[in-house]
Design a binder for this molecule. Structure first.
Ligand code: ADP
Ligand code: MG
Length: 881
């Protein structure tokens, strides 16, 4: 573009310069226009036509969306993670001298959308802000603008922790400061699909101090301050519904990292990302949107406090026992609208009369709900409602003020009740009188003219008229009416008196509309004053809803109340997988016990493919989650420890869904679990080691099991198709073999899905091949090869022999170095190796195993791991050659 900018373009560029990271929707008449790069990108993303403004070289790219349908386009951009600045004309174009004044009136961003199809009823929409302090810790704040909920916490550790926390709350957008280096921002972007925004200010803005009175650390208020500044800057309007910020300690909840959350399908399925098929889907018997959101929060954050869990359990038990009260409670709750978001809209100024009627209808249910809670005669439940204000005066106000079915628009009247305002009543009388007069006019004129088909009607252009069909025109006395409009088979007339009444009616109606709008705004302000009590009420009702949901699902599916052991014992009788049992035909699920205690800290699970290994493992983790959120569990008896963390890892070959199913991911995830798990954690390792070649995989699997067994000591379920590993039972005192049984029935393999002690029959694969009628020659040869392989190193013998090598090689007990593979390889080791090789014809693998065993997996970077693997593989190939 050359220097000949139009004044409007100059204005555009000035505003755009301040909103570089957003699409600028620039209001021009009935359109929002986008220019230059914005236009090119938006045209692509929205599939709309790219046009241009100006001529020749000066022509600049442009595209536009109509003002009245903009919401749809905005939604699509937001869904893709973009931000949008809405720039309006802020003066009347008729009054303007020169270019109409324009300003950005608000920003719409993925973390701050308030309405439309981007907002899920049963999901929060969180915006997060993270402040990185000099000491390496992070202040983490989040807010849901639609509900006004605010939380803040401190995170120690690395960016991983931030990623985990962002994903735990499902934040759509995160606000950072300039202390975040480019590299760190990039790594955040890589880890999560999240919109990133920036805000420097982090002191608590004026007027918001009382929201953070509870914060006793400066760091916390700085994190929250950043969030507030961003909200104020982007929203440019009242944020009065923001609730006082609530501090939460991340270590008050069971930690479920991102991968585990996905693998366990807690809130959505792995492949299709749908709620149906997830644990949340089974558990969600809530009947309000608020309850649905709270349930999701609970599922994502199981508790650690036994007392807090048992409080929930107690209320669930009471609700199970009081069947009729519970059913009535559900009925009442069904009529409660989304109070939290209604309150948000009130404060935000976007609420309409119809929504205020929803608020009224919801509040009218509260007395009955509270009465039902009292009927439970449960102290905990009663104390839940004790301090809660049912907002009766507000109900009264809304009953007096609003009609039952007001329109969506707040500018067309039809909202306010008769008797609420004398002035309004007077205008309404005038309008009604006028209308009665007109209604009478029809009868009167029919009588006087004798025209039975004479009509009095109204249209927007001509106002009130008298209509007479052509065939009756001759009956009208001369000079009685004035002709106004001619239709094909009728004429329309007016009289001076009719026009006079019409003017009165229209004037009254205009006044009514204006006055109703005024009254509505005043009413909205009055409702706003109830923000805090309404929010407390909403929180109380959502809790009740989640608890009744637990009771309902527990009764429906025959769950049992779990008890928590201090002795780290797991004892589950006839446990079932909560989701699988729902999706297979009724009664077909095979219940299984889990027994884990001292001496059975690790269970090694073998069994043929499709036998039910993965299901068995996940079942335990899901039961633990259900227990710790206060729900009952699918089992006839359940005793569990309180787990601090749950880790689920799936061998890469099994994890087809993620699209990045590389062995590296498998190892990285495993590393994370090994590094973070404690004795109180639950680890599920599902066919770890599958993503690489057999010996590599088996060696790694064994090393990992040993490490967990000796160092971490977490409760661990390890499923594997490496039968060789079952020999570990003799070596590792806390490890036990279990297997999933299968039998042959009428020429078919039937999976019993029953988990029993001991190792699986390892010849199943060939057996299945026989059943599939592979040529006899093939299966017989396979048996032969199998026997040969079995004669060779099993995991245990390899372990022993490698140990022998190690003992000889390092008599001083110094840690054995990787130098085994280097030039300096100890001669005695070499000799010993040869000896063993000669004696047993052990393959060349054991030095590799040896090396693997001496690796400190936790202190390897991914790159080192790859190099090491590469080196191991090369050395193997070299030795062979
Ligand atoms: P594996 O991990 O051993 O290959 P899965 O755990 O994936 O096997 O189970 C395969 C299928 O078997 C599941 O999709 C489920 O339909 C069925 N299944 C697993 N466990 C049970 C059970 N206890 N009762 C009934 N069906 C089961
Ligand atoms: Mg499996």
């Amino acid at each position: 573009m050359n220097g000949q900018q139009t004044p409007m373009m100059k204005q555009y560029l000035e505003i755009k310069a301040q909103h570089q990271d957003a699409f600028l929707f620039f209001r021009l008449g009935d359109f929002y226009e986008l220019f230059l790069d914005d236009a090119i990108k938006a045209a692509q993303e929205l599939e709309i036509t790219l046009t241009g403004r100006g001529q020749g070289e000066d022509r600049i790219p442009m595209c536009g969306v109509p003002y009245h349908s903009a919401e749809h386009y905005i939604a699509r951009l937001i869904e893709k993670g973009y931000k949008i600045a809405i720039c309006e004309q802020v003066e009347d174009p008729k009054q303007a001298k020169g270019v109409v004044k324009r300003e950005v009136v608000k920003m719409i961003t993925p973390g701050t959308v308030m309405e439309g199809n981007m907002i899920q009823e049963k999901e929060n929409n969180f915006l997060a802000a993270v402040t990185w302090f000099e000491d390496g810790s992070f202040g983490f704040a989040r807010a849901d603008l639609t509900t006004g909920e605010n939380m803040v916490t401190l995170l120690d550790g690395d960016i991983d922790e931030v990623v985990q926390e962002l994903s735990a709350c499902g934040a759509k957008e995160v606000v950072l400061g300039s202390e975040w280096q480019e590299q760190a921002v990039l790594s955040l972007k890589e880890a999560l699909p999240i919109t990133i925004s920036f805000e420097e200010a982090s002191t608590i803005p004026e007027g918001y101090e009382q929201l953070c009175e509870s914060l006793d650390q400066k760091k916390l208020s700085r994190a929250f301050g950043r969030l507030l500044h961003y909200l104020i800057r982007t929203q440019k309007r009242s944020l009065e519904h923001l609730q006082p910020v609530h501090y939460y300690a991340t270590n008050a909840y069971m930690k479920i990292d991102l991968h585990s959350k996905r693998n366990l399908e807690l809130v959505e399925t792995l492949r299709e990302k749908k709620k149906q098929g997830s644990l949340l889907w089974v558990l969600d018997q809530t009947v309000t949107a608020m309850g649905g959101r709270l349930l999701k929060q609970w599922v994502e954050r199981p508790l650690l406090s036994k007392m807090a869990i048992e409080e929930r359990q107690e209320m669930v038990q009471s609700l199970i026992e009081h069947y009729f009260e519970r059913e009535e409670l559900r009925d009442e709750l069904r009529h409660v609208y989304d109070l939290e978001r209604l309150v948000g809209k009130v404060a935000y100024g976007s609420v309409n009369a119809r929504e205020l009627v929803q608020l009224r209808k919801s509040l009218q249910r509260v007395p009955a709900i509270f009465a039902l809670v009292r009927k439970l005669e449960n102290d905990r439940a009663t104390s839940l409602i004790k301090e809660i204000d049912p907002c009766e005066e507000l109900v009264d106000l809304l009953e007096r003020s609003l009609l039952d079915e007001p329109p969506i628009s707040v500018k067309e009247g039809g909202m306010i009740n008769d008797g609420y305002s004398q002035e309004l009543d007077r205008y309404r009388d005038a309008s009604r009188n006028g209308k009665t007069w007109i209604a009478q006019l029809e009868r009167q004129e029919r009588e006087e003219t004798g025209i039975k088909s004479l009509k009095v009607g109204y249209n927007k252009v001509f106002g009130y008229y008298i209509e007479v069909t052509r065939s009756n025109l001759h009956l009208i006395p001369e000079g009685r009416y004035e002709r106004k409009q001619t239709l094909s088979n009728a004429e329309r007339f007016i009289t001076p008196e009719l026009k006079e009444k019409e003017a009165l009616i229209l004037e009254a109606e205009e006044k009514i509309e204006a006055l109703e709008y005024e009254l509505f705004l005043a009413l909205r302000e009055q409702v706003k004053a109830y923000t805090r009590p309404l929010q407390a009420l909403a929180a109380c009702i959502s809790t009740l809803d989640v608890l009744q949901g637990f009771a309902t699902v527990s009764e429906k599916n025959h769950y049992t109340q779990p008890i928590f052991s201090a002795s780290r014992t797991i004892r589950i009788i006839d446990g079932r997988h909560p989701v699988v049992e729902q999706v297979i035909p009724r009664g077909e699920y095979v219940a299984n016990d889990v027994n884990m205690h001292e001496g059975r800290e690790t269970l090694l699970i073998t069994g043929p493919n499709m036998a039910g290994k993965s299901t068995y493992m996940r079942q335990l983790a899901l039961l633990a989650v259900m227990a710790q959120i206060g729900c009952f569990v699918p089992a006839t008896e359940a005793e569990l420890p309180i787990f601090d963390q749950v880790f689920t890892r799936i061998g890469a070959a099994d994890d087809l869904a993620s699209g990045q199913s590389t062995f590296m991911v498998e190892m990285l995830e495993t590393k994370y679990a090994l590094a973070k798990a404690t004795q109180d954690s639950l680890i599920l390792l599902d066919e770890i080691g599958r993503g690489t070649s057999t010996y590599d995989g088996m060696a790694l699997a064994q090393a990992i099991i040993e490490y967990i067994h000796d160092e971490v000591r977490a409760k661990t379920l390890f499923s594997t198709h490496y039968h060789e590993l079952t020999a570990l039972e003799h070596e590792l005192t806390h490890l036990k073999n279990v297997h999933v049984s299968a039998v042959e029935e009428q020429g078919k393999v039937v999976f019993l899905h029953k988990v029993v002690d001991g190792q699986a029959d390892r010849s199943y694969g060939i057996y299945v091949a026989e059943l599939a009628n592979l040529p006899k020659q093939v299966t017989e040869r396979a048996e032969e090869i199998l026997a040969q392989l079995e004669g060779q190193a099993t995991a245990l013998t390899v372990r022993e022999e490698v140990k022998a090598v190690k003992d000889e090689a390092a008599p001083t007990n110094e840690p054995t170095q990787l130098s085994l593979f280097g030039e300096e390889m100890d001669h005695r080791t070499e000799n010993k190796k040869k000896e063993i090789r000669n004696k047993n014809e052990i393959q060349e693998e054991h030095p590799v195993l040896h090396a693997l065993k001496s690796i400190d997996v936790l202190n390897l970077t991914p790159l080192e791991a790859i190099n090491l693997l590469n080196e191991l593989q090369r050395s193997l190939r070299n030795e062979k050659g």
